[in-house]
Design a protein. Structure first.
Length: 141
């Protein structure tokens, strides 16, 4: 389950850009075999007076926290590829904003502490996970 929590000041994303970014994020995870419904993207608009960088309010900022549970990166090189992919996906949406402060981080959490609709997701790469991906829904296994 990738959970992308996007905190941003007003005017950074249009509703259509939010939809496009969320769809691109889901596309990527689907391409690596995860069910699309594993991917949740939340946008939280934050007033500039409530968005501080270095102790000071910022008029244009984006801070993204990404939680990975379904998969983890086994080594430094794969973590670097993941960070590079994320940067590449975000740049088209963010570079057009002059003076924008933006950053992201990824946390990797134990899948043992994760359930969807009260069901522990099936093991990675299993027939049950492929069924979940094909049906884009949970089911007992």
């Amino acid at each position: 389950m990738p959970l992308w929590t996007v905190h941003h000041t007003p005017g950074i994303f249009t509703d259509e850009e939010k939809r496009q970014l969320a769809s691109r994020i889901a596309d990527h995870y689907e391409q690596v075999g995860l069910p699309r419904f594993y991917v949740v993207t939340l946008f939280h608009e934050t007033r500039p007076e409530d968005f501080h960088v270095g102790g000071e309010p910022t008029s244009a900022g984006v801070r993204i926290a990404i939680d990975h549970i379904a998969r983890s990166n086994p080594d430094r090189e794969s973590r670097r590829r993941t960070a590079t992919w994320i940067k590449g996906m975000l740049r088209p949406f963010l570079e057009r904003h002059a003076g924008l402060h933006w950053e992201f981080h990824v946390d990797e959490t134990s899948e043992d502490l994760w359930m969807i609709n009260g069901i522990a997701p099936p093991p990675a790469g299993s027939d049950a996970e492929r069924l979940w991906a094909a049906s884009n829904a949970t089911s007992p296994y």
